[in-house]
Design a protein around this ligand. Sequence first.
Ligand code: COA
Length: 138
Amino acid sequence: MSEITYRLGNDLNLDDVVELLKATSLGVRRPIHDRAVIANMIQHGNLTVTAWDGPLLVGIARSLTDFSFVAYMSDLAVRETYQRQGIGRELIQRTRAELGPATKLVLLAAPAAVDYYPQLGFTQHPSAWTLDAHEPLL
Ligand SMILES: CC(C)(COP(=O)(O)OP(=O)(O)OC[C@H]1O[C@@H](n2cnc3c(N)ncnc32)[C@H](O)[C@@H]1OP(=O)(O)O)[C@@H](O)C(=O)NCCC(=O)NCCS
């Protein structure tokens, strides 16, 4: 397999990103049929690292961060045929390299990846909370 290269930035083709998400189990967990939402996700994420095999997008790590205190990694995906060769770890590593030295990384693991993050040194947080979009604020 040829050498994987990494890029920083969100100047990405919408179709490439949708196709990549479809090529991973994350595809069913993201609104890939709503192009406007995916376009907003690409545009407004402020730290995106991608992995490429030549012209083929093979991985993405998309985060929202203040570059000082916290970064929320919303999407981490590696094309199924490229998994388990260190690309996911490298995407996280390169994301961290862009964050300030005191910036904490936060994410919600997809069910298929719950055993992945502890191996990389992540700690499970006992008091993480979410409020889904359709849930009322009481
Ligand atoms: C989870 C994911 C990003 C990992 O990417 P990857 O490039 O395959 O991972 P890496 O090669 O960096 O793996 C690093 C280590 O974790 C292990 N690992 C990889 N995927 C794993 C998984 N799903 N569960 C448990 N361990 C996993 C690898 O074996 C490797 O260990 P090793 O170095 O001892 O062999 C990728 O499998 C993926 O895109 N999955 C589908 C989408 C998804 O669930 N994303 C996470 C959303 S939170």
